[in-house]
Design a protein around this ligand. Structure first.
Ligand code: PMP
Length: 769
């Protein structure tokens, strides 16, 4: 009996309560159906063929459930239990044995086999993913994983009996030699290797990719746990290598890249490296033999005939390669990098002795973060954290397109702006075109500090004055010129006070500051006017008013409405320029606009950019008017060794592209709203939350002990940070009283991350109160 779509729809409704439309999907083992529910969700319903062992199916489902909370959860299908809680349901067809039915999620993606090119970084990423999968499966076992089947690598030589189905004598003899070598040389060495449950079939049709048409593919997932087995763990890597090497110009390099990626996450033992080549050959031999046998049983099966061809071609190429030579290549690929691996305590000891002591470390139990991907960070034990504070890796940690852009350009050329290069021209054009028309000249530098330092020079060159007005608690950089005008530093521990040429005005904080209510913005602007008057009274000329468009270190403060525009006007009326420090807040983070100054209805004379601009690559920029730029053109050359180099510009361009192509500004608006709404909902129930403020994904949550006195709940904030860390969420505090939870995650944070974070925060606040 072949199940029909009507059967599938009936089963989905009866057992899973899903009202849906079913469409047949291809499947070799099962009868598969895509279920599209009335709500638009996609699921896959799998109906087994007759005579399939329940244990085998249950093993697949339990493996998937085991992975649900692992770092690879998003790359494998999720199991949907039926309404009665069962995951596997026997379905009586009226003829023969019952069929087993299960429902799992539908993973979007195209088979990797469709890709023509497998770039090195992508192969390494596949390797790392398989290693993470194998690590995640550690500790999982199931009787169904121990049943015998032809695709378990340790039994490879037992398939010699089927070699007689291979019609071509030379091919048959080659495969028989492989089986013999396997029996005498390989099989006896397998027992000493690590064993565990693995997927066991990461072939190029089970590996799915997103954007298959794009030059840098992204792995979307791994499907079909149908062959999962308890076996030699390293077979996972060998099997994937065997398929990825098919029809490649240089199959050993392909394998080496895959192996290098795998080894970087789950280091290979010497014995494993030494057997990889043989295990790759073993898998290919198994596959061609099983195809030949299948073809004898089903002579019309075109699929079997076609799929074996690339395998034969690869086997014939590998026959000319000395296994020891291949092993040497694989060993080179795994060669330890020049960085030895140290424990957290060892690293702290080295830092204490050899690095400046005033470098701080987050958390009382510091984290050793070893990998980042999207909105997540992973520590050395494999634990995953949602990164809620890193506004540098703006488009996501290690975004593949940004990484690829850097790698490509780094491999081609890196010089400086004294040569003509397309990248710097294109980037200069693209970056300035993101600004209001008046801001049309840019300078490339290497850090936020350098950008602000250059901004000071520009302002001085243009106005002839060093006199500057800054906001209380502001931070603009770590160089002498900036520390002395950053109250956050020069008025804090070790500080020497504000420079003589600097004056501070209160932060325009509508929640805690001296002016609150409807006209607070105007009152704060009056403070700027008063500072200007003081400068003039001392017979000086104001040179600049400098402020962050939204205030970061000061406690995630959204300036009182109208403040920046009025303060900038006052500064300009007095002959000064307005410098907007956008180092933390630019590039679409606020959601409604690309730049945060736009939310205040003001155009600065100079804007400084940093952090997100290169997604972690050290680069920054200053954008200004042509008048200010020409005042700076005094005859002295402006040269910056690294600023604006071809690699940095390639990275900067990739970041702009990703923000646009992935719609991240709009995304920040939507996900940010979800976060702010959720936090306001928590505020209604948790007295510790005094204020929730934010624009897009720039959000602050101010904790107070008393809503009248606003007594800062600083120790409570510290507890929240620690408790959230334990639950897998990285947050930190800011503000003069360290009582503001700062939230400014990579812009690729998803709605489900927000929901999970809110749930955890609810629990943590509840326990504290
Ligand atoms: N301005 C602001 C607003 C900042 O937050 C920072 C860094 N925290 C800087 C400037 C200095 O940037 P960098 O650390 O890249 O020198």
């Amino acid at each position: 009996m072949t199940p029909t779509t009507a059967d599938a729809e009936h089963i989905a409704h009866e057992y899973w309560g899903l009202d849906c439309r079913a469409e047949p999907l291809v499947g070799y083992e099962d009868h598969n159906f895509l279920l599209v529910t009335d709500a638009g969700d996609h699921w896959v319903l799998k109906i087994s063929r007759e005579g399939v062992d329940e244990q085998v199916l249950d093993c697949q489902l339990q493996a998937l459930r085991f992975l649900e909370t692992s770092p690879v959860a998003h790359l494998v299908q999720q199991v949907l239990p039926a309404t009665d809680g069962r995951c596997l349901i026997p379905f009586e067809t009226g003829v023969g044995e019952p069929r087993w039915v299960r429902v799992i999620s539908y993973l979007e993606g195209a088979p990797l086999a469709n890709l023509c090119d497998l770039p090195h970084p992508f192969l390494e990423e596949i390797g790392r993913t398989l290693a993470r999968l194998d690590l995640a499966l550690e500790g999982f076992d199931h009787p169904g994983a121990h049943l015998d089947h032809a695709w378990r690598i340790e039994g490879t030589h037992e398939l010699r009996q089927y070699a007689e189905h291979i019609p071509e004598p030379a091919q048959r003899e080659m495969v028989e030699r492989h089986f013999d070598r396997f029996q005498s040389e390989v099989a006896p060495r397998l027992a000493t290797l690590d064993h565990g449950v693995i997927h066991n079939d990461a072939n190029d049709y089970n590996l799915l990719v997103r954007d298959a048409a794009d030059e840098t593919p992204v792995l979307a997932g791994l499907i079909d746990f149908g062959d999962c087995a308890h076996t030699v763990i390293i077979a996972e890597l060998a099997i994937a290598a065997a398929y990825l090497m098919l029809d490649r110009d240089d199959p050993l390099t392909t394998a080496s890249n895959l192996i290098a990626g795998y080894h970087s996450v789950r280091p290979l033992m010497a014995a494993e490296k030494g057997l990889l080549f043989d295990l790759i050959v073993a898998r290919l031999s198994t596959s061609v033999t099983m195809s030949a046998r299948g073809l004898d049983l089903e002579p019309d099966n075109q699929y079997l005939q076609i799929s074996a061809q690339p395998m034969w071609r690869l086997l014939e190429r590998l026959a000319n390669i000395d296994p020891d030579e291949a092993t040497r290549l694989f060993e080179d690929a795994c060669a330890p990098s020049s960085t030895p691996v140290r424990s957290a305590d060892e690293i702290i000891a080295v830092r204490r002795r050899h690095l400046g002591r005033n470098l701080s470390i987050s958390y009382s139990q510091p984290l050793k973060i070893v990998r980042g991907e999207g909105q997540y960070l992973y520590d050395d034990t494999g634990s995953r954290y949602l990164d809620l504070v890193n506004n540098v890796c703006h488009v996501g940690h290690c975004h593949p397109r940004v990484v690829a852009a850097a790698q490509r350009q780094m491999a081609e050329l890196n010089t400086n702006t004294r040569y003509l290069h397309d990248n710097v021209a294109e980037y200069g054009l693209r970056l300035t075109s993101a600004f209001p028309d008046a801001l049309e000249v840019c300078f490339f530098v290497n850090s936020g500090t350098e950008a602000n330092d250059l901004a000071l020079r520009l302002a001085r060159a243009h106005t002839g004055s060093k006199e500057i007005i800054v906001l209380d608690h502001a931070y603009h950089g770590h160089s002498p010129s900036l520390v002395e005008i950053s109250p956050y530093k020069c008025e804090g521990p070790g500080g020497e006070g504000l420079a003589e040429h600097a004056r501070k005005v209160p932060m325009p904080d509508p929640y805690r500051g001296p002016h609150r209510g409807a006209d607070a913005g105007e009152h704060y602007a009056d403070e700027v006017r008063a500072a200007i008057a003081e400068i003039e009274a001392a017979d000086h000329k104001p040179g600049a008013f400098m402020a962050e468009s939204l205030i970061g270190c000061g406690g995630q403060v959204i300036p009182a409405e109208g403040f920046l525009a009025a303060a900038a006007d006052a500064a300009r009326d007095a002959g000064a320029v307005f410098i907007a420090d956008e180092v933390q807040v630019g590039f679409g983070r606020v959601g409604t606009y690309y730049w945060a100054f736009e939310t205040q209805g003001v155009v600065p004379d100079i804007a400084t950019l940093g952090k997100p601009i290169g997604n972690g690559h050290p680069m920054a920029a200053v954008i200004t008017t042509k008048e200010i730029a020409s005042s700076f053109d005094t005859g002295m050359e402006y040269f910056n060794t690294f600023g604006g180099n071809p690699v940095s510009c390639a990275v900067g361009l990739a970041v702009l592209d990703v923000i646009e192509q992935e719609g991240l500004q709009q995304h920040a608006l939507e996900v940010g709203k979800r976060m702010i709404d959720g936090l306001r909902e928590l505020q209604a129930r948790h007295p510790l939350i005094g204020d929730v403020r934010g624009l897009g994904l720039f959000i602050g949550v101010e904790l107070v002990r008393d809503h009248e006195t606003l007594e800062p709940a600083d120790t409570e904030a510290e507890r929240v940070i620690d408790e959230m860390k334990i639950r897998g969420f990285l947050l930190s505090t800011d503000g003069p009283f360290h009582n503001v939870l700062k939230i400014k995650p990579p812009m690729v944070i998803q709605a489900h991350d927000v929901d999970e974070m809110l749930e955890a925060l609810d629990e943590v606040l509840g326990a504290l109160e």
